[in-house]
Design a binder for this molecule. Structure first.
Ligand code: GLA
Length: 372
């Protein structure tokens, strides 16, 4: 097929000029703060829309096997949807992604008390996590695509966490259809940090039904099993012989309703996988997901030690997203790259501490392609 025909096909469905970024209004918060939407369009016409509210990914349009662009993430049409977004859809998560047990942790001998916003525990940074902040945004030159820089200062004591934390996130939509997210942070007091993005994917498109037919590979020999509050027990358990063995590509639905104790506790998959890393590799493949009908493939690459595989078990149809689509149970999945949940209380887990003078820097790449 000729190159020009390929590129015409690739941009079918695109709405903006290839290789450009457009800023538009996304509404106002209940406090009257202005919120913007940045639409990044790469040279082949793929598109990522990101709002300054929560630094959330609103839409992500990538080609299927026929070159037709389609949205592959859940999201909302305006800021109101994000203000009421109890499921963290698309948002940047901080200061601490996932749970901290009993809403407290000790650091340098001092106990820090956090909000209990998930039973007895703290989830995704507390009552007003980074997902509810309005981030400052700036278009920056991208070396391999369209880039957007978001910054946020989380003040000393915010949600109970110590230290002024200066956070910077760079989203790049590359010209090869990858969404790269780089996270940076510095602090002026010892603290803990665990940043991630909470995009919900459905590679056949939101509103196309459940994700049980997606075929998943997760590059992990072990998971961190949880208790009834979804707090890791501290054990690193082999996936071999369990419904958590995704080392060979397997349909999400194949074992999601099995009798396994961990599956029952999660109401499906809602677990942190311990990623296999090759020593010396700067970034590793965490997961690969294939959707047979559209041929879309998502690969997740990360510098992080873990990934939370969550199958939208808590979605119950009460949230209505773009085009009025209701977000029902298991209509999307998340692959949240992260340090392990509750690490501040688990000395054997990789440390999430950040000290003054150190620089937190992690990278996660969501790469899209197609299979014929
Ligand atoms: C994470 C958690 C889930 C759930 C979702 C948000 O994935 O592990 O238990 O809280 O976020 O709804």
């Amino acid at each position: 097929m000729g190159a020009s025909l390929m590129s015409t096909m690739a941009i079918r469905g695109a709405t903006e000029k290839p290789g450009s970024t457009k800023k538009s209004s996304f509404g106002k918060t209940p406090d009257g703060e202005t919120v913007d939407l940045y639409t990044l369009t790469n040279k082949s016409g793929a598109e990522a829309a990101i709002t300054t509210y929560g630094g959330s990914v609103v839409s992500l349009k990538v080609p299927d096997r026929d070159g037709k662009l389609g949205d592959v993430v859940l999201g909302f049409d305006s800021v109101d949807g994000y203000v009421n977004n109890s499921s963290y859809i698309g948002a940047l998560i901080g200061r601490y992604g996932n749970r901290i047990g009993h809403a407290e942790f000790k650091l340098d001998g001092k106990t820090y008390t956090l909000a209990k916003n998930n039973g007895e525990n703290t989830l995704h940074g507390g009552t007003k996590g980074f997902n509810k902040a309005v981030w400052a945004a700036k278009e920056i030159p991208g070396k391999d695509g369209q880039a957007l820089e978001l910054t946020y200062l989380s003040k000393d004591g915010e949600e109970g966490f110590p230290g002024n934390l200066q956070v910077r996130v760079i989203y790049t939509l590359t010209d090869t259809n990858a969404l790269r997210i780089e996270y940076f942070a510095t602090t002026d007091k010892d603290t803990v940090v665990n940043l991630t993005n909470h995009s919900y994917f459905n590679l056949a498109g939101p509103g196309s039904g459940d994700i049980l037919g997606h075929i998943v590979m997760i590059n992990a020999d072990k998971l961190t099993p949880v208790d009834s509050g979804l707090i890791p027990t501290g054990e690193l358990r082999d996936v071999a012989g369990t419904p958590f063995d995704f080392r060979k590509p397997t349909e999400i639905g194949a074992r999601i309703n099995s009798d396994d104790e961990q599956i029952k506790l999660g109401g499906g998959y809602d677990h942190n996988f311990v990623l296999n890393r090759k020593a010396g590799d700067p970034i590793s493949l965490a997961a690969r997901v294939r959707e047979p009908k559209t041929g879309r493939v998502l690969e997740v690459w990360t510098t992080e030690p873990g990934v939370q595989f969550y199958t939208g078990n808590f979605l119950d149809g009460s949230l209505h997203g773009k085009d009025g689509v209701s977000y029902t149970k298991r209509s999307a999945f998340c692959l949240e790259t992260q340090h392990f949940p509750d690490s501040p209380n688990k000395p054997k887990f990789p440390s999430t501490e950040l000290k003054p003078g150190e620089r937190y820097h992690t990278t996660t790449i969501y790469k899209f392609s197609v299979e014929k």
